[in-house]
Design a protein around this ligand. Structure first.
Ligand code: GLA
Length: 375
């Protein structure tokens, strides 16, 4: 479909097709920009981009799902106030050039099945898809970590979200059947095998949010202020005991925010340990605790997410459930016993619709490989 759309838009077949997956985060939320730990996995939903190089400096982009087009030259790239979706692409290409990677023009057509604004990192998937296309089209010598940083920078400068590195990194480095425990300070990661007898269900509340929303940036500033007051470079530097001993130096709001981050880092390490020894029950309890903390201390949940998480958690065979991603809307991720997944999906969908008067999308996800060329 992406190839055909390319051909229809530009009148010739693409050179190659690239894929960049969406992601869910199993645990470790709002810890990445605090130099902490996250445990995400790439999923079997993706953005596909069909691409061909050009002999000039022109870039033409066809956004298949949005049924829109944009066109710009690589020189003096700026964010567009008119075509907002194009800023993810402009930002990545501008960053690559600024880092000294010589690009040429290109024609791109992209689309996919990562729901837009659904908390599954559709924006990082678009950025990484385009970065991956540019990497292959122009034979760039660039590491995954450098590419992830460029994608992050594109969000900072062209979109306005002060996001962390988790999303582009997992999108690039994801491994089939594994989550990655990422150390966001040292930018190293370890694959953690997922249990074979549990299914990961993504429960989309249908509530959409804008990530550029100031609440995200505000949380980040609060964490930095908390770290400064406690005399550490980042909240990652505090363990639970040290934090508890010093927490009363912080005003109440900062104390809540920082407590979430410090405890979430601890939970993430314990959760990875639990998965390693196959203790899905402990993993599930940590997911539930993470949700409560995001709701009560970090205050990034919402009625729809809370309702979905509570419904999921109370189903037979559900080990644990929590909101995933930045929050304020989007999806809940649940870990469910394989033989309980059918009734789980049906009951959660029915009860959610009854309460919220909105049909949720609930689907199973597999852990997929990171971005790359297709075929
Ligand atoms: C968004 C950001 C990530 C991360 C999460 C919260 O997805 O892009 O960097 O901060 O929110 O964990």
């Amino acid at each position: 479909m992406t190839r055909t759309a390319f051909e229809t838009a530009f009148g010739y077949p693409p050179w190659r097709l690239f894929r960049a997956p969406g992601r869910i985060n199993l645990i470790g939320e709002h810890t990445d920009y605090n130099d902490g730990f996250v445990l995400p996995m790439a999923i079997d939903r993706a953005v596909w981009v069909a691409a061909a190089p050009r002999h000039d400096r022109q870039v033409r982009v066809r956004a298949i799902t949005l049924n829109e087009e944009d066109s710009f030259v690589l020189d003096g790239l700026r964010p567009s106030s008119r075509v907002r979706w194009s800023n993810y692409i402009r930002g990545v290409l501008a960053g690559l050039e600024r880092a000294g990677h010589r690009l040429g023009g290109m024609d791109l057509a992209y689309g996919g099945d990562v729901p837009i604004g659904g908390g599954l990192s559709s924006s990082a998937a678009v950025e990484v898809a385009v970065a991956t296309a540019a990497r292959h089209l122009f034979d760039l010598d660039v590491s995954d970590v450098e590419l992830a940083r460029l994608c992050q920078q594109a969000e900072h400068e062209f979109v306005g979200t002060q996001c962390g590195l988790m999303d582009p990194l997992i999108c690039l480095a994801g491994q089939e059947n594994h989550a990655l425990l990422i150390d966001c300070r040292h930018l190293t990661w370890q694959p953690i095998p997922l249990p074979t007898d549990a299914v990961i269900a993504v429960c989309d509340t249908g509530k959409r949010r804008s990530l550029a929303h100031s609440a995200y940036n505000e949380r980040r500033t609060q964490c930095e202020e908390g770290a400064r007051r406690l005399g550490v470079a980042a909240l990652r530097d505090l363990d639970v005991q040290t934090f508890d001993a010093q927490a009363d130096q912080l005003p109440p709001l900062l104390r809540k925010r920082c407590r979430h981050v410090v405890y979430e880092n601890d939970r993430t390490l314990r959760a990875a340990e639990a998965l390693r020894r196959g203790d899905v029950a402990v993993f599930g309890l940590l997911m539930n605790e993470s949700h409560a903390s995001l709701r009560d201390l970090y205050e990034v949940s919402c009625e729809e997410l809370d309702w979905m998480a509570a419904l999921a958690q109370s189903q037979p065979g559900c080990w644990g459930a929590r909101m995933t991603g930045a929050g304020f809307g989007g999806c809940v991720v649940a870990l469910v016993q394989a033989d309980a997944i059918e009734p789980f999906c049906q009951t959660v969908a029915m009860l959610y619709e009854r309460q919220m008067l909105r049909k949720p999308a609930i689907y199973r996800c597999r852990a997929a490989a990171g971005a790359g060329p297709v075929g």
